[in-house]
Design a protein around this ligand. Structure first.
Ligand code: PLP
Length: 464
């Protein structure tokens, strides 16, 4: 496709998209072909600031290609590929060792490498099952996850996902899963401690209802993405960890988004005092320079896999691909040499304050998040009313996607739960670039208020 030419979808099926919407009669397809710093450029040469890090992946933005190309080329020349099916490569071993050092699952953590988030979630489930089987508890077959949470779309991960419309077409869930309330606190009159108490009580009830001896694992994100950056109330993760431990249930922190610096820590669960048994990672692990995921397994949970004649009954051909592993290792090095975690922590207060300003707009009912991971919840009136289906169609699918791009901003309008706009800028953004993201978002949301005919002056408090 030549620069300046109208992009054409060709034969490509777009993921989670209305494929029929694009083309001469419909919306223009955004085709990105180049990046630089936190900016990306489409095939017509238009520049956007990537306020979403390409779906929460490009932690370092787009200027480290030459660095990554070097390590990728070196690995391709030395050994392009070997599997981790009872063999290994040096980069895969080195990456596992490095992740083990960084893991919030304690010393002796073992690492299973995958190609992405859904694979990590499913591997976590199988590892949990094998742990219980090895310890004489075969009846632990039930999972617990949270409403509206997204854990992926392959059939096992889909069972854990709490978005009914993604699941309904595909029949009974592959994993029997009970969903409990997420940590949304907007529109909730209760204080933080009371909310925490209620959420833990509900979990306890769900465990009792399933029979504690039947529950294998609880899956939760440190800050839940779907629903719009749902931060946990104070004390939630320690209570969740205690509850799981007391019932012999494994706690899985799904850090596919929140891990690798998104919240200013290697893993977000550390920020909230959680003690998971298993952690899933993907997206930012390679800063998206190659597809890769990982499952971090505590020494205790991995122990049965080392017993005599025990076999890990799971494997993925490309899991731990040496080129991706070499890239991931370089990414983790760059995080240190570039001070990426420090950058996120230093600029979080500024980003929080700037996002907080959005609550002055009539359409913004709430702003919440942590690190470089923020959502504004959109409301239809002063009473924080929710948009109905037609309004969501007009606002989230009609107005916002095009207007955001016009403003030169890539951000996400989403209604898997309530209506939100989310940002998750590359972790290398400086203060000016973060301002650029929020300024563009503010302009778009001011227009959105007008477009939807909403007018009022006050907003609500920020939570984090
Ligand atoms: N888990 C979480 C928390 C996610 O956000 C996602 C994807 O967005 C997944 C799992 C699935 O990851 P993937 O799309 O790489 O399969």
């Amino acid at each position: 496709m030549e620069l300046g030419q109208a992009p054409d979808q060709g034969s490509l099926l777009l993921h989670f998209a209305r494929n029929g919407d694009f083309g001469p009669e419909g919306s223009e397809l955004l085709v990105l072909e180049r990046g630089e710093g936190p900016y990306v450029f489409d095939t017509r040469g238009r520049r956007y600031i990537d306020g979403l890090s390409s779906l929460f992946c490009c932690q370092l933005g787009y200027s480290y290609g030459a660095e990554f190309a070097k390590v990728a080329a070196a690995q391709l020349e030395r050994l392009a590929f070997n599997t981790n099916w009872a063999t290994a490569t040096p980069p895969a071993i080195e990456l596992a060792n490095r992740l083990s050092e960084l893991a919030p699952t304690g010393p002796g953590t073992k690492v299973f490498l995958t190609n992405g988030g859904s694979e990590s979630v499913e591997a976590a489930w199988k590892l949990a099952r094998q742990f219980h089987l090895a310890n004489g508890e075969p009846r632990r077959t039930v999972a617990i996850a949270r409403d509206v949470a997204y854990h992926g779309v392959t059939l096992g991960a889909l069972a854990l996902t709490g978005v009914e419309r993604f699941k309904d077409p595909f029949g009974p869930p592959a994993i029997p899963t009970r969903h409990v309330a997420n940590t949304s606190s907007f529109r909730d009159e209760r204080g933080e401690d009371e909310l925490c108490e209620a959420l833990i009580a509900e979990l306890e009830k769900a465990i009792e209802a399933a029979g504690p001896e039947n529950v294998a694992a609880i899956f939760a994100e440190p800050v839940q993405n779907a629903g719009g950056c749902l931060v946990p109330p104070r004390g939630y993760w320690p209570r969740l960890s205690e509850l799981a431990r007391r019932h012999g249930i494994l706690l899985v922190a799904d850090e596919v988004i929140t891990g690798i610096g998104r919240l200013g820590h290697w893993f977000g669960v550390s920020r909230y005092g959680g003690e998971p048994d298993i952690v899933t990672s993907a997206k930012g692990l390679t800063a998206a320079q190659a597809p890769m995921g990982a499952v971090l397994v505590s020494e205790r949970v991995a122990e049965p896999l080392y017993r005599e004649r025990a076999t890990l009954l799971h494997g993925i051909t490309f899991g731990g691909h040496p080129v991706a592993a070499a890239i991931a290792l370089r990414n983790l090095e760059l995080f240190e040499s570039e001070g990426v975690l420090e950058n996120v922590l230093a600029l979080e207060p500024h980003l929080r304050a700037r996002m907080e300003e959005l609550t002055a707009l009539p359409i913004v009912g709430d702003v919440r998040g942590a690190g470089f991971f923020w959502a504004a919840e959109l409301v239809r009136d002063e009473e924080n009313g929710r948009f109905d289906a037609d309004e969501r169609e007009r606002l989230l699918r009609g107005f916002l996607p095009g207007r955001l791009l016009e403003a030169g901003l890539i951000a996400r309008a989403d209604d898997r739960g309530d209506s939100v706009v989310q940002i998750a800028p590359p972790l290398i953004c400086d203060r000016t670039q973060l301002d650029e993201v929020v300024d563009a978002l503010a302009a778009v949301l001011a227009d959105a208020s007008e477009f939807m005919g909403i007018g009022r002056s006050a907003g609500s408090a920020v939570r984090a």
